[in-house]
Design a protein around this ligand. Structure first.
Ligand code: CTP
Ligand code: MG
Length: 726
């Protein structure tokens, strides 16, 4: 007997994964009333959310890390794309961010987007050691995703994502209306993340979709907590990428909600869950923050298309979910339904989690249980990070060997880089020279080609004429001049005076007439033969002239080549053709890739040099009173989920020069000093530094950069000057 449910067709595994949805589909799920949720549960949820804000919200350090990374990317990309600006949007701009949030950035072009922009961004990111780079050129807006190698902050850069900049502003204004709006959004995001229903890439709702669901739930409380921000008579119509959008957005200051809602954050969270679980609005409605309430599917023309999630899940793998499954209208792009990303399993997961939270609240579960991580391994605290872990067990001799190895590797790679760069330059030069030469002689070669093109048809024509002439001559047998003579003789005989003593017989006269007509016909043919002959002679002359100019052209080309070779002797062994130039281009391109890789390697080695130098210094001069080294018990920097604690803003604490001075004088210094020192070039910079007018000017510039919150070894600073030019 089959184990599948007779009503739903769910397998035992599907019933285990979606027990509440399954009950709902079989009509046996009894959802509680909102009123049945106890005060205690609401209080506990409220406390849980407040505590969560403290632990899960980004720390000041992480915020600085994100700001630093943003500034670094902004400088890098804006320097490369002169007609574009890099702007933040999403949670890091709206303030609706948790530690797990990504950094959403938009490269906004003033004019046309240059071709291959995404690929060029990709290359730049690689040069700057970003990792896990993925390009999505065919997404609704082209996007590139990656992680910062150092801080592990996930970043999305999209191109011309204009509407996202506007909807971020809208969310920013919503959260400025009431603290509870921001708090509830963060609570919902936290719950959805931990319950694994907040990842558009894997078929559940995006963070943005959950944010809109949270806002709508607060617009629907009685009285509302969240206002309608897109109302008003005066409309702001803006054209974006050839389409006009209504981007009307009310000012927060002008909004006073009367009467005021006094619900606690615990109550609002409970109500959020109930609004989407117990009431399950998606059958007939569409979530619409724009209007402040659900709108009907009918009014939007968004039919509940098949297959629906519970049926699609029974079909073969990868069956797409029917459109508008759990519809959420984008506030500005009114044709965009945020449930478009849902997959059958994802949609069922979302419904299951809503039902589950609802039931948990009714049975008095605590906040901790409601947001219990579905996959705890994804939320493990990241191990303590010890910069010198591998070096602590090594002897001084072993460390010295590592230092030597590192120095040798840097030197070797430096040399290799120089050789590679020279080789690339040579290839570029060859290609340019070759192209230039081809260009310069192109007129001559065109002329040559034109002449050559006439030779063959002309020669064919001459053959034809010759054949025509010879055939006629063969047939006629007499040359034209002889026919003319005979014609005039016969004519005279036929038309001259008749000698009475020699009157020709009638027969003879008939013969003469016949002969005369025959001669006339022969004359016609022979004239044709003569014409053909003359045309042949004319063509022969032309052909001779063409061959003469061919020779002259070749001579001219040779002369030109000789002159160019005197200027560019390296072209000696080459034919002047484009395929050779292309070979050089290809080689130069390949070399550029190799150089990029080597440059990255070199950067890594230099960073390692800084670390080794620092360790040598520390281990030979341990701090007597600071036991809080990274990796030691009780000390050490904790890496957060995003790893961003490792980011050290330059303007936080002592300045690099101060630390360098202390290090140079042999004084002890703390780990944060060490961080600063590493970021500003390591110990070498201590010994090499001389204060010159130039270096003090550089320090001034550094100070200005510090004021912008940049870290010392970000960006081009870590590249060689040569590298920058390439
Ligand atoms: N966005 C959008 N349309 C979507 C998804 C996202 O316009 N279908 C835009 C929104 O401006 C949103 C931003 O992209 O604010 C970032 O989306 P997302 O990362 O999902 O939301 P965040 O609020 O940034 O969430 P998180 O903190 O998890 O990164
Ligand atoms: Mg985001």
């Amino acid at each position: 007997m089959s184990d599948e449910c007779k009503v739903t067709g769910f397998t035992p595994q599907q019933m285990a994964r979606w027990p509440h949805v399954h009950k709902h589909l079989t009509g046996t799920l009894e959802l509680p009333n909102l009123e049945s949720i106890s005060e205690e549960v609401i209080l506990n949820i409220g406390e849980g959310i407040e505590a969560m804000l403290k632990t899960e919200g980004p720390t000041a350090k992480q915020l600085k890390a994100r700001a630093g990374l943003f500034q670094h990317l902004k400088r890098t990309l804006e320097r490369r794309f002169k007609n574009a600006t890099l702007q933040q949007f999403g949670s890091s701009e709206s303030g609706l961010t948790l530690q797990a949030g990504d950094l959403d950035l938009c490269l906004q072009f003033k004019g046309d987007v240059p071709a291959k922009t995404l690929r060029q961004v990709n290359r730049l990111l690689k040069q700057h050691d970003m990792e896990d780079i993925v390009m999505l050129p065919r997404a609704k807006v082209p996007i590139i995703k990656f992680k910062d190698e150092r801080t592990k902050i996930p970043v999305d850069i999209s191109i011309n994502n204009t509407l996202a900049l506007h909807n971020t502003e809208l969310l920013k204004r919503f959260s400025a209306c009431d603290d509870r709006i921001r708090t509830l959004i963060l609570a919902v995001k936290h719950w959805a993340l931990r319950r694994d229903v907040c990842d558009a890439a894997s078929g559940t709702f995006s963070s943005y979709a959950w944010t809109l669901l949270a806002v709508q739930s607060m617009q629907r409380t009685n009285p509302p907590v969240a206002p309608i921000l897109q109302a008003g008579k005066e409309r702001t119509m803006v054209e974006v990428e050839g389409q006009t959008y209504d981007l009307t957005m009310g000012e927060v200051d002008s909004l006073v909600l009367d009467p005021k809602n006094n619900q606690s954050i615990g109550e609002l969270f409970v109500e959020f869950i109930f609004q989407y679980a117990a009431a399950w609005p998606f059958k007939d409605n569409v979530v619409s923050v724009r209007t402040g309430d659900f709108v009907t599917r009918k009014s939007k023309g968004w039919k509940y298309a098949t297959p629906r999630a519970e049926k699609a899940i029974l079909m073969e793998k990868k069956t797409r979910l029917g459109l508008h499954s759990l519809p959420i209208e984008d506030p500005f792009d009114l044709n965009h339904d945020l449930s478009r990303v849902l997959r059958p399993a994802g949609a069922l997961d979302v419904q299951e989690e809503l039902f589950k939270a609802c039931m948990a609240m009714a049975s008095g579960e605590r906040w901790g249980t409601i947001v219990d991580a579905k996959h705890p391994d994804r939320f493990l605290p990241v191990e303590e990070f010890d910069l010198f872990a591998d070096l602590r067990t090594q002897s001084a001799v072993e460390v010295a060997a590592l230092v030597k190895e590192n120095t040798t590797a840097i030197e070797a790679l430096d040399e290799r880089m120089t050789a590679l760069t020279e080789e690339r330059q040579h290839n570029i030069k060859m290609s340019r020279a070759l192209r230039g030469t081809i260009e310069e002689t192109s007129d001559l070669r065109n002329e040559l080609r034109t002449i050559v093109r006439t030779l063959r048809p002309r020669s064919q024509k001459m053959d034809e004429l010759q054949k025509q002439r010879d055939e006629i001559n063969k047939r006629v047998g007499l040359p034209l001049y002889r026919i003319n003579e005979l014609l005039s003789d016969v004519y005279l005989q036929l038309t001259g005076e008749i000698d009475l003593f020699q009157v020709p017989s009638l027969r003879r006269e008939e013969d003469q007439f016949a002969w005369f007509f025959e001669l006339q016909a022969m004359h016609q043919e022979a004239t044709k033969a003569q014409d053909a002959h003359q045309a042949f002679i004319a063509l022969l002359k032309e052909q001779k002239a063409a061959v003469r100019s061919l020779k002259e052209n070749e001579k001219e080309q040779q002369k030109h080549k000789t002159e160019l070779l005197e200027a560019e002797p390296m072209l000696k062994d080459l034919d002047l053709n484009f395929s050779d130039a292309m070979q050089f281009d290809k080689k130069a391109h390949k070399l550029m890739k190799v150089i990029d890789q080597r440059r990255q390697e070199l950067r890594r080695l230099r960073r390692e040099k800084g670390r080794l130098d620092a360790w040598v210094r520390i281990s030979s001069n341990p701090s007597p009173h600071k036991g809080n080294h990274r990796g030691q018990k009780g000390g050490g920097k904790k890496r957060t989920k995003s790893g961003s604690a490792d980011w050290k803003p330059r303007n936080n604490g002592p300045r690099p020069e101060e630390v360098q001075a202390r290090a140079a004088s042999g004084e002890t210094f703390s780990l944060s000093d060490l961080d600063i020192l590493l970021n500003s070039g390591g110990f070498n910079s201590v010994t090499q530094k001389k204060t010159t007018a130039k270096s003090s000017r550089r320090q001034e510039r550094k100070k200005k950069a510090n004021a912008r919150g940049l870290t010392a070894h970000r960006g081009v600073r870590s590249q060689s000057k040569k590298g920058q030019k390439d």
